[in-house]
Every structure is written in structure tokens, then in C-alpha cells.
Design a binder for this molecule. Structure first.
Ligand code: ADQ
Length: 723
């Protein structure tokens, strides 16, 4: 299954009806034949806003088409808005042009969900669901929640920006999480993959193995691959051979682009102007021919760019033109492929100088069309294509003098050098054509994926060394799902002997204090852990006991004694189909783990209402709902209470703090401790977290405790100050 913003054909309005045309571009010509050969489904937007009751025909060769209809508002906010006014400039490292609007983001998210819904039904049966480009970065995660078994792959056609640029986006976490729901994520070149690794690691706290090219995020593992896209080499070559020859007097320097501010068209015109200043001998002998396809004209920046280019062309022509020659010829339209190939063939120099470009196919098309007298390719270092097309003359497009010098060099280059450079370029592009790209991607997409090695103590040391230094440590641990795997009944959640050993190794140290912070009743958690010397916080910290601090019970609890009994008896009546209540003194948990899926939602709704009617707060937990008194107390506040009791108000100068939890209620502590502690969330990647890092499972918590238990002793002076 292929999922992309556009379908392989695009509809436009023609009079009262709709006109269907093949969509232009490399993506369609690469993937269309694959689907035709293998069968499958293509999901995308037909390119036109449909009127009420209007449908598009989905007849196609040998594969299914599933159109995703978008409203006018969707197109404005998802496509022109978030895709093209937020992500496009940001990902091309031009953040000043990015507009961050919540409404655009919301629609982007909704449309991505629609694409996922359209895909979900058949996703598990498809060999691979291949999602394309920046328009659909959230679709994988939506799809994953609808179809757990599907194999999902994503390819980004534009650059992935560096961390410092990417994090400007207010929805950076969500975009990364969206992609990390995939089994495979593909980029054109290595530097984009490196940027992605940095972002996943620094923004999400994911584990990254740059050597094995794997990202581990919670309980998910995504492989990252580098797949430089190619073109239909043979087709371009053939068209270049057949194209009509048009006589021309001057030598030609050619630029071919969508009219886009990333393509560096004004800079290119200025560089050509500089050439004429530096080397007047080219006057009347050379013409710069710029073809620009109209693009995204609904977006203001594109309209402004068009005026800027119009003006520049006028100014330079006005300055240098003679009665029989104008230096710049500028065509603002799309050309048929045949004509384009003829122009590529006849151009002496191709000036491909984007300010930033994912790959750039024009450079490759030019090379494929050099079937006669070999021309010279001048290529921007900022295009992905420059990573492999090293035989081109590489330039920094912002350096006008250098670009002018390289144009001069190209125009005066000897035939033998031109021929050698073009021959090498052609050899590579012929071999690495678009079919090779598709096959390579599909081969890797089908491979079984290797996970990461379990977290080692060295790795943990790398995370913590700089923070812990030689301070004493205060460690907070949730119990269920953190120290023991989640089980179907709380009474079965027992500490494994190795985990107990690891805990005790920490507890025995005089520079380490341990607290267990649980949603269980205080007596229950103390009994089930059963070790003295630890601090226990039960009922999400409403009750605290142990260690060297005074016992604590929140003073407002006296008002809730009767009400909780009433609530318990009402909920016990509701507990059918395997549901049951767990009274925990001042709080209560209603468990739904054994309730059949189809009945669960309604029952949950009912339980939530009953809890609220009794003046309690419902909180979602793992397959359960908790009822808590509304007294503004949570695990975060309990942690602060413990820290102040143990080390005084200046606690943050005396100890370092680590908190590990797996539950929604631990998020209160993660948020509270932001900037004050190292926080770890254990388990599923599905839920967002405010923790700094994720640990995939309970085993990794044990490795963390092993490191804490065996680290070098704290500095005696710091230890003394903390006591
Ligand atoms: P684009 O930004 O569209 O693609 P590019 O790779 O250069 O950029 O492709 C442009 C295409 O438009 C070429 O096939 C070219 O022939 C065609 N074209 C340009 N001007 C034309 C004209 N006047 N008439 C007819 N055709 C014209 C995105 C990324 C790129 C990445 C591709 C593929 O931005 O970096 O290379 O996807 O992944």
C-alpha cells in the first residue's frame, strides 16, 4: 500500500465536471509501475475539493485507488497551512518563514487521522504500508493504534533539519512520535538521518544506535535507512535522443525549478549578473535560460518570490541587453517532458543551486540527457544530490562570486574534462535509478528487524554521570509496571529475586535514599515490598511513612472517610463482567482488565460519572479508573514533601534525584520534577511523556538500579552536607 498526499493522478475542475491527469513528479513515475506489477492500493487526495455528492472515478490499472476527500478548510489548513507554511520552510532550515498556528496543526492532525483510517482496514494484509513525505508524519502513529501488526514504512522526500531548527516547532514531540511508530524510516542522505537521531535522542529521550541505525522509543524499535532517490534514467535518455533540435546562437546556462524560495532562483540570477561583471567576454555569447513551474501560488511567500524574480530579471536584462541579445530568458510555465529533455540536452551548463533541497532531481535529469556534446553540472552543496554527485562543480549558492567563477569555469572547460565528469555521473545515475531505489527500499522494508542490545550499565553511566557527579542520590520508584511487570491482578505482582537484590544493594548504601511511590494503599505497598529502611508513599503520596522522616497523612483526608465508603458500595454494585473494586483507604481503584473490550468503554463512562457524582476525581490508570479525593495532591507534591523532609528546603543543592515510573499518575511527578531531576518512563511508547528518557521494560529498570547500587561512593563532604 502506498499512502501519499497526492494520488497518481490529479483532478482539476473543467467546466461543470472534473478532468483527470497523471500527477507529475518522480514519486508517481517510480511507484506507479510497481503497483501495476504487484497489485496493491494507493491512498491519497485527488487534488480537488469535492462538492457535496460529487465522486471521483477510481478506475485504475490492476491496483486499487482509495481517494481521501478533503474539504476546503482541510486543504487550506492541512496542505497550504501546516504542510507548506510550517513544515516546508522549517525542514529546509528557513524557520523565519515558518508560521506556527494551532488551528493549522489541529487540521493537520485530523487529516492525518483520516488518511490512517482510510488505510487501516487493509493495512495488516498488505506486505508493507509505505507512507510518503512531510504531509503525513502523524499518520503512522494513528495507523499503529488502529492496526498493531501492520508493517509500516515512511520516506521523507525533503531534508530532516538539525535539532536546533527542528525543536522550534511547538509540536516537535508529536511529529517524532508519529514517525517512530514505523518499522522503517527512510531519508535521502546520511546527514538527514543523523539529524533525526539527534532529535529523537534529545527531544524524546529515545535510545539511538547510530551504528546499527536503530531508534528505540519505549517498547518500539524503528530502523532508519538511507535511500537516495534516483530518476527514470533510461526514459530521460531516450527522450533526449528523440527531442527536436532547435537552433540557437548563444551558449546556454540552464535553470529548471518549481518556483520555490528553497531553489535559490534570485541568488542564481545575481550570480549570473556577477559573471557578466567579472567576465564581460560572455556578453552576447551566453544566455541564462530559467524555467520555473508555477507552484503553491495560494501561499503569500510564493507570490512575493514571483514578483521578486520578475523584477530582478527586468533589472539585469535592462542593465546588459543589447539590440540583439538579452542575458536572461525566463519562462514561467510547465513544459512537456519531451521539450524539457531537449533543453537539458542542448544546455552547455546546468545551474542547479538550491539553498536547500532534499535531493534535487533536476541535476539527475540533466545528466541523463547529456547524450551529445557533454555539458557541465554546477550543483549546490546544499542539495542532497551533492552527497553522491561529487563530479559536479559544487558551489555554495550564497557565495555569488564563487558561483560566478564556477559558471565561468564551466563555460571554458575543455571537452576531455567535461566528458570525464559527465561519464562518471551518468554511470552512477544509470545504476542507481528509481527502480533500484524502490527495490532497495522494499527489500529493507521486508527484512525482519533487529532490536537494540539491552541497555548496558555503560550506557546508563553515559546518561547519568554528568548529572549525578559525586552527589548522594534520592531515588523514587513506582512499583507496579516499574519494579514488577504488569499482571492481571495486583496480588500477583511480586518482586523478582534479582530486582529485590538490586533494590537492596541501593538501600544498603549510606549515600542513597530509596522511596517507593505507589497508587496502592500504604499498608499494601509496605507489605508487598517488605523491606525496612525505605520510605513508602501510598495512595499516590497521600500517606507517607518510613526512613527517618515523620509519618504523614494528608490533613484533608478526614473529610472523605464517609464518602469513600458510600462510593465503594455504589461501585461494587456496578462491578459486573469481571470488573472489581479495590478499596485503598482514602482512595479506590475500579479494575476493568477482565471486562470484555466491547463492554469496557460504556462501563468506564458510567464509573467516571459515579465517581464525580460522589465528589471524587476519576483518573485513568492501566485498565482501571482510580477515585481520588479532590485535594490537589499527587505524586509530584508527595515527592517534594519527602525531599524537604529528608534534606530541608535547600534539597536541590544537597542531593541528586532520580524518578522512575510507568504510569499516568507518574506524569505528575515527571512534570513537577522537570529541571530538578532525571526522570524515566518505563514501557509503552504509545503515551506521551514528560519524562526525560524512556526505559523499554522492567529489566532495564534493574540495570539502572544496578548502576546506582555499584557507582563510586558520594563525596564525603557532600554526603555530610546532605545529612
Ligand atoms: P521537488 O521540490 O519538486 O521534489 P525536484 O527534485 O527538483 O524538486 O523535482 C522537480 C521536478 O519538476 C523535476 O522532475 C523537474 O523535471 C520538474 N520540473 C521543474 N521545472 C519544470 C518545468 N518548467 N516544466 C516541467 N517540469 C519541470 C521533492 C524534494 C526534492 C526531491 C524530490 C524527490 O523537494 O528534494 O528530490 O521531492 O524525492
Amino acid at each position: 500500500m502506498v499512502v501519499s498526499n497526492r494520488l497518481p493522478f490529479t483532478y482539476t475542475r473543467a467546466g461543470d465536471g472534473l478532468k483527470r491527469q497523471p500527477s507529475p513528479g518522480g514519486l508517481v513515475s517510480a511507484l506507479e509501475p510497481v503497483l501495476r506489477r504487484r497489485g496493491g492500493t494507493w491512498i491519497g487526495w485527488p487534488g480537488v475539493e469535492l462538492k457535496k455528492g460529487e465522486r471521483v472515478s477510481t478506475r485504475a490499472d490492476k491496483y486499487r485507488i482509495k481517494p481521501v476527500a478533503l474539504s476546503e478548510n482541510d486543504v487550506a489548513r492541512y496542505y497550504h497551512g501546516f504542510s507548506n507554511r510550517t513544515l516546508w520552510p522549517l525542514f529546509h532550515s528557513l524557520p523565519a518563514l515558518s508560521r506556527f498556528e494551532r488551528k493549522d496543526w489541529n487540521t493537520y492532525s485530523e487529516v492525518n487521522e483520516c488518511f490512517a483510517e482510510a488505510t487501516a482496514k487493509h493495512a495488516a494484509d498488505a506486505g508493507l504500508v509505505w507512507i510518503h513525505d512531510y504531509h503525513l508524519m502523524l499518520a503512522p502513529e494513528f495507523l499503529r493504534s488502529m492496526s498493531h501488526e501492520a508493517r509500516l514504512a515512511f520516506f521523507l522526500h525533503i531534508p530532516f533539519p538539525p535539532y536546533d531548527v527542528f525543536r522550534l516547532c511547538p509540536w516537535d514531540h508529536e511529529l517524532l512520535r508519529g514517525l517512530l511508530a514505523c518499522n522503517l524510516i527512510g531519508f535521502h542522505v546520511e546527514s538527514y538521518a543523523r539529524n533525526f537521531f539527534d532529535c529523537a535522542e534529545r527531544i524524546l529521550g529515545a535510545r539511538v544506535d547510530r551504528g546499527a541505525m536503530v531508534v528505540e522509543h519505549g517498547d518500539r524499535v524503528a530502523r532508519v535507512g538511507i535511500f537516495p532517490i534516483g530518476i527514470e534514467f533510461a526514459l530521460y535518455q531516450e527522450k533526449a535522443m528523440k527531442a527536436r533540435r532547435e537552433p540557437h546562437r548563444e551558449r546556454i546556462v540552464l535553470g529548471v525549478d518549481r518556483l520555490d524560495y528553497t531553489k535559490g532562483i534570485p541568488e542564481r540570477i545575481r550570480a549570473f549578473e556577477r559573471l557578466l561583471e567579472l567576465h564581460p567576454r560572455h556578453k552576447e555569447n551566453v544566455v541564462f535560460l530559467q524555467l520555473a513551474v508555477p507552484s503553491r501560488s495560494q501561499v503569500a511567500e510564493y507570490r512575493e518570490l514571483k514578483s521578486e524574480i520578475d523584477e530582478l530579471v527586468g533589472r539585469v536584462n535592462g542593465r546588459f541587453a543589447t539590440a540583439t541579445w538579452s542575458p536572461i530568458r525566463y519562462l514561467y510555465r510547465s513544459l512537456g517532458q519531451e521539450r524539457l529533455c531537449g533543453m537539458y540536452r542542448d544546455a552547455d551548463v546546468a545551474l542547479v543551486t538550491p539553498l536547500r533541497d532534499g535531493m534535487n532531481l533536476v541535476a539527475k535529469e540533466y545528466v541523463a540527457c547529456q547524450v551529445d556534446d557533454p555539458g557541465v553540472l554546477i550543483l549546490s552543496q546544499m542539495a542532497g544530490a551533492a552527497e553522491t554527485m561529487r563530479e559536479a562543480l559544487l558551489v555554495n549558492p550564497f557565495d555569488l562570486d564563487e558561483t560566478a567563477r564556477q559558471i565561468h569555469r564551466a563555460l571554458t572547460m575543455e571537452e576531455t574534462e567535461r566528458a570525464s565528469r559527465i561519464a562518471s555521473l551518468r554511470r552512477r545515475e544509470r545504476r542507481d535509478d528509481v527502480e533500484a531505489w524502490v527495490n532497495q527500499f522494499l527489500d529493507v522494508g521486508a527484512e525482519e528487524q533487529a532490536g537494540l542490545e539491552p541497555i548496558s550499565e555503560d550506557e546508563i553511566q553515559g546518561w547519568l554521570r554528568g548529572y549525578v557527579k559525586s552527589y548522594p542520590l534520592c531515588v523514587f520508584l513506582d512499583y507496579d509496571g516499574t519494579l514488577t511487570p504488569l499482571v492481571d491482578h495486583p496480588s500477583k505482582a511480586r518482586l523478582a529475586p534479582e530486582m529485590r537484590e538490586a533494590l537492596l544493594a541501593c538501600a544498603r548504601r549510606d549515600d542513597t535514599d530509596l522511596s517507593i511511590v505507589s497508587g496502592r494503599a500504604l499498608d499494601d505497598i509496605r507489605r508487598i515490598v517488605g523491606e525496612s529502611g525505605l520510605i513508602y508513599a501510598g495512595n499516590h503520596g497521600l500517606e507517607v511513612e518510613g526512613g527517618a522522616i515523620d509519618s504523614f497523612r494528608h490533613e484533608d483526608l478526614i473529610h472523605y472517610g464517609e464518602r469513600i465508603q458510600e462510593l465503594t458500595s455504589v461501585l461494587e454494585e456496578l462491578a459486573s463482567d469481571g470488573a472489581w473494586t479495590e478499596p485503598k483507604g482514602p482512595t479506590l481503584t475500579f479494575h476493568l482488565r477482565s471486562v470484555p473490550e466491547r463492554k469496557r468503554k460504556r462501563l468506564m463512562e458510567k464509573v467516571r460519572n459515579v465517581i464525580m457524582e460522589h465528589g471524587y476525581q476519576p483518573r485513568d490508570a492501566h485498565a482501571a479508573i482510580e477515585a481520588r479525593p479532590p485535594i490537589g495532591w499527587d505524586k509530584g507534591r508527595a515527592v517534594l514533601h519527602i525531599l524537604r523532609e529528608c534534606y530541608g528546603p535547600a534539597w536541590s543543592e544537597r542531593v541528586r534525584v532520580i524518578y522512575v515510573g510507568d504510569d499516568q499518575t507518574d506524569e505528575d511527578a515527571f512534570r513537577f520534577l522537570a529541571g530538578l531531576a532525571m526522570t524515566f518512563r518505563v514501557g509503552s511508547a504509545e503515551t506521551p511523556t514528560s519524562a526525560l528518557r524512556r526505559l523499554p521494560n522492567v529489566e532495564d529498570v534493574r540495570s539502572l538500579l544496578d548502576w546506582i547500587g555499584s557507582r563510586p561512593p558520594a563525596d564525603p563532604a557532600l554526603l555530610h552536607a546532605s545529612r
